[in-house]
Design a protein around this ligand. Structure first.
Ligand SMILES: Cc1ncc(COP(=O)(O)O)c(C=O)c1O
Length: 376
């Protein structure tokens, strides 16, 4: 598995670096009604369910578009118009869920914690106990804003104890952090082709509990984002309702093949964890500090606090690291000035070592001796 050596390595939360094989498989055209193409779709949907051990309980509904499209589609399809959601927010993607529900005109409550703090479980428990109108709890698995891993198992247990419906935005975690339907009770998990599964961007999917989806007819506010109709049509015809992103789908199939060759969730988790460790250790030697303690850090993306040295100008730093072949990710956090470096995509420990070397060389060029932040 190789990548295109001429491309910059993307140390971002997506779009991500993909393998050469995944890109090359797109050099063809497919008819959407062709039996080979239909078989690819069947295979992908089945494999996505298997990744979550959800074949017996859930169905996989794919959707064109970026990750937000499938999040919006799932919320609109699964939360009835008279439903009420409780959203656990600790970053931008949780806030986006609230914004989507504003557009959809669904009632909701927000439990917000800071970007470096997981949801308060006792508060979740007491709110569900005290408000019987809440029908759904919505949470982000890995909040990509900071890289924090939310305690999804504990959240799912509380939501199940109160017999409410749990919807999980697992966009940046699915495929690298276990999400087993027989251990974590969820009604829907949403993710996309281009994060830890290393396909190209362009489609999302939702794994939805079958009997829940069966009861969702007529909820959706939008024709193209109606996952009930998308599913019904796909079951009836084996085809997508509207023009499928054929090249994205075929690339996703290829990416899933490589995912399995690497050992599935276990293999991918191992590589990303190693990537993350090399990054954090290497940056620590240069004085940089992470925002999150190691128990909260998902091996997906790492937030580093901004160095205090006034000579450190992030834009210049970014441009110079990019000249060395690595694309970083600016921060948009409220708790601390920071920037982020991702450890996912078709990148390996050697890439992370070279990334740290690029950071070190850049520090020398701009005359910054240490990445130590002002707060330490
Ligand atoms: C947790 C999470 N949710 C939703 C999204 C939105 O995905 P997209 O930008 O593909 O619409 C992202 C993207 O990074 C994400 O990390």
């Amino acid at each position: 598995m190789t990548r295109n050596a001429n491309d910059a390595r993307l140390l971002t939360p997506g779009p991500l670096t993909t393998s050469q094989e995944t890109k090359e498989v797109m050099l063809h055209d497919w008819g959407s009604r062709d039996s080979d193409f239909i078989e690819i779709n069947r295979r992908i949907r089945m494999q996505l369910l298997k990744i979550a051990s959800a074949e017996a309980s859930h169905v996989c509904v794919p959707l064109q578009g970026s990750g937000t499209f499938v999040v919006e589609a799932a919320l609109g399809t699964l939360i009835p118009r008279d439903g009420k959601a409780l959203i656990l927010v600790n970053g931008a993607y949780g806030k986006r869920i609230a914004k989507i529900l504003d557009y959809l005109n669904r009632e909701y409550l927000v439990h917000e914690t800071a970007e470096d703090t997981t949801p308060v479980l006792s508060r979740l428990d007491s709110t569900l106990a005290g408000d019987s109108k809440i029908s759904h709890v919505v949470v982000v698995h890995c909040e990509t804003t900071s890289g924090i891993l939310n305690p999804i198992g504990e959240i799912a247990d509380i939501v199940a104890r109160h017999a409410r419906s749990l919807l999980i935005d697992a966009m940046s975690a699915f495929g690298a952090i276990p999400m087993e339907a027989n251990q974590i009770r969820f009604d829907a998990v949403m993710a996309s082709s281009n994060k830890c599964l290393e396909g190209i961007p362009g489609m999302g999917f939702a794994l939805i509990r079958k009997d829940v989806l069966e009861r969702s007819q007529g909820n959706a506010h939008s024709l193209s984002l109606d996952l009930y109709e998308q599913w019904k049509n796909m079951e009836a015809t084996s085809q997508w309702r509207f023009t499928p992103p054929t090249h994205v789908i075929v690339a996703f199939d290829k990416a899933l093949q490589q995912f399995h060759e690497e050992g599935g969730v276990g293999g991918r988790n191992e590589r990303y964890s190693e990537n993350c460790r090399i990054l954090i250790d290497g940056m620590a030697k240069l004085g940089f500090e992470t925002l999150l303690s190691s128990d909260l850090q998902a091996p997906i993306i790492v937030t580093f606090k901004m160095p205090e040295d006034p000579k450190f100008d992030f834009n210049e730093f970014y441009d110079r690291v990019k000249d060395k072949g690595f694309v970083l990710y600016p921060g948009k956090l409220t708790v601390a000035p920071s920037f982020r470096i991702g450890c996912i995509g078709h990148l390996f420990p050697e890439d992370m070592r070279e990334a740290v070397e690029a950071v070190e060389a850049t520090m020398k060029e701009i005359g910054v001796e240490s990445g130590k932040p002002s707060s330490s």
